[in-house]
Write a protein that binds this ligand. Structure first.
Ligand code: NAD
Length: 543
């Protein structure tokens, strides 16, 4: 602590801008998009605060226009990963001992830079890199990242204020030390906010970080790096490398000073990393913290009492926004027989009202491209499977085309088998599968929902019947880490709905909460005794 018990500014959620026709923010982001889209950028890695480029490069292309190149990025060598780790460790002692209010100021400044001068840049970069519509970019890259930074500063100050009681004659204090070593952050493509938050939350608590972004998010990761630099983050605190994830990971997890993994991505990769850490346990100086938020097979369950139009809207928004590539996106739906036809007709009408999938630069598009060819091909094969399988049918959408962009039409599969492959497998695209149950089977459907998937990330129940809501809330206690009543299962807001799931969906350390930040500190208890005893004899020993 410095020379005052400082209070941080009260965190508030960043208001979401509308981007309506004629608005200044719309003109600004479109101008920035055009500029980025028509330039060629050579994106460097950032090691010890320096821009590092190599001869080994990969092109960058928007998923909605894959033949158009917007630049390239460099791939790391083993030596550069070693250098990034040693730069992090060299920066550690200065960063770890910096007063917390200085660290707070850097990240609060980063939040304000994104809210102001970098807003159009980070949104346009996210539209290009990840094919987000402006609304999806705004709620992610601008607002959610700003919220992570502001709220985490507030939670950090609350953690530091949390102190033990002291009995008479002694003073107990706890200091929240950063981990002894470096934190390795591996981030997914789908949220620019997560990409920024995973390295930043650990760094905010005084840690030094090696960050490996997803190959499909590098264009917007570059803007995050620019923001951190502009906010005054000292060199070497966050070191960014791109390239072969296995090579980078082998280097990081094989290092004696590896002290924590902050991962978001798919379940299989996380399980592999956990095993690798276990196998290397004798190498490490400390037991590494392992935080991973992973896959999902998120459900919408409609009770017979739920209004059809509300269920249909929860599906159309919850399953298809950002092409279903939110970890929270609804991908399995359970509808009562008495309402299924009405609900599905309404979802079909919604889908038919969307423009065909296209570029986010055309702001009338609700659906754009999926992230890459691998994802496109996987989704197309599941759609083809549903077309030929006798226990499944396509009731809406079902078309796809990758000639210009990786475009998959929002698709609804209806199955008679509650364990049909697309009811259980995470597809990560705009494909939702529906199972229709008999109204009187409501209670057994709850069991089905609970036991169908290995995941437990998000889920939504829609009902007008309070007994049914109570029954579902109890029966599905372990089926979702984020449970929604009469809403869609997506759209968690930092500071309001801390996010994370259990079972195969992750360690549930709730991104954007004090619980997450606590994983990046190792408390030291200091007990000070004011009048120190000088005789070992306790009173009971008296004659
Ligand atoms: P992904 O698992 O393909 O990649 C995530 C990161 O892991 C990337 O940086 C990638 O380069 C890296 N990676 C890939 N192979 C690796 C390896 N062998 N060793 C180490 N790192 C490796 O995931 P993605 O496609 O970027 O993101 C989608 C996945 O993320 C989905 O499963 C989704 O559910 C999940 N997700 C979960 C949450 C959550 O909060 N639970 C949030 C966002 C995304």
């Amino acid at each position: 602590m410095g020379k005052g018990f400082f209070e941080v500014p009260t965190a508030i959620n960043e208001p979401v801008k509308g981007y309506a026709p004629g608005s200044p923010e719309r003109a600004e982001v479109l101008k920035q998009y055009e500029e980025f889209y028509n330039q060629q950028i050579d994106i460097p890695m950032f090691i010890g605060g320096k821009e590092v480029r190599t001869a080994n490069k990969r092109p960058l292309s928007p998923p909605h226009d894959h033949q158009h190149q917007v630049g390239e990025y460099s791939l790391a060598t083993e030596e550069l990963v070693d250098k990034a780790i040693s730069n992090a460790l060299e920066s550690r002692s200065k960063w770890a001992s910096m007063r917390w209010e200085q660290r707070a100021a850097i990240f609060l400044k980063a939040a304000e830079l994104i809210a102001g001068p970098y807003r159009a840049k980070i949104n346009a970069a996210t539209m290009i890199a990840q094919s987000k519509t402006i609304h999806q970019a705004e709620i992610d890259a601008a607002c959610e990242l700003i919220d992570f930074l502001r709220f985490n500063v507030e939670y950090m100050s609350q953690i530091y204020a949390e102190q033990p009681d002291s009995a008479e004659g002694i003073w107990n204090r706890v200091e929240y030390r950063p981990l002894e070593g470096f934190v390795y952050a591996i981030t997914p493509f789908n949220f620019t906010a997560i990409a920024g938050n995973l390295p930043a939350s650990a760094a905010m608590m005084g840690n030094v970080v090696l960050w490996k972004p997803s190959d499909s998010q590098i264009y917007s990761a570059k803007v995050i790096v620019d923001v951190f630099k502009a906010a005054g983050l000292p060199d070497g605190v966050i070191n960014v490398v791109y390239g072969d994830p296995v090579m980078v990971t082998d280097k990081a997890l094989g290092h004696a000073d590896f002290s924590g993994l902050h991962f978001t991505g798919s379940t299989d990769i996380f399980k592999k990393l956990w095993k690798q850490i276990g196998n290397n346990i004798d190498v490490y100086k400390t037991y590494p913290r392992i935080v991973g938020e992973t896959g999902g097979k998120d459900f919408i369950l409609a009770h017979p009492s739920a209004p059809a139009q509300q269920v249909a809207t929860a599906i159309s928004r919850g399953a298809f926004e950002f092409q279903g590539q939110k970890c929270s996106a609804a991908s399995r739906v359970y509808l009562p027989a008495s309402k299924a036809d009405e609900i599905l007709a309404s979802v079909k009408a919604d889908i038919e009202s969307f423009n065909p999938p296209g570029s986010p630069a055309d702001m009338s598009n609700f659906i754009t491209a999926v992230i890459h060819e691998g994802s496109f091909d996987k989704l197309a094969s599941y759609i083809d499977g549903a077309k030929s399988d006798s226990n499944a049918e396509i009731v809406a959408g079902g078309n796809y085309d990758k000639s210009k962009g990786y475009f998959i039409e929002p698709t609804v599969i209806k199955t008679t088998d509650p364990h049909y492959v697309t009811m259980e497998t995470e597809l990560f695209g705009p494909v939702v599968t529906v199972y229709v149950y008999q109204d009187e089977d409501w209670s057994s459907v709850l069991k089905l929902v609970d036991t169908t998937s290995i995941y437990a990330l998000t889920g939504a129940v829609l009902s007008q019947d309070r007994y049914a809501i109570e029954e579902a809330t109890t029966a599905l206690e372990n089926s979702a880490g984020n449970f929604y009543i009469n809403d869609k299962p997506t759209g968690a807001v930092v500071g309001q709905q801390p996010f994370g799931g259990a079972r195969a969906s992750g360690t549930n350390d709730k991104a954007g909460s004090a619980q997450n930040l606590l994983r990046w500190v190792s408390p030291r208890l200091i007990k000070e005794t004011f009048v120190t005893p000088e005789d070992y004899r306790y009173p009971f020993l008296g004659k």
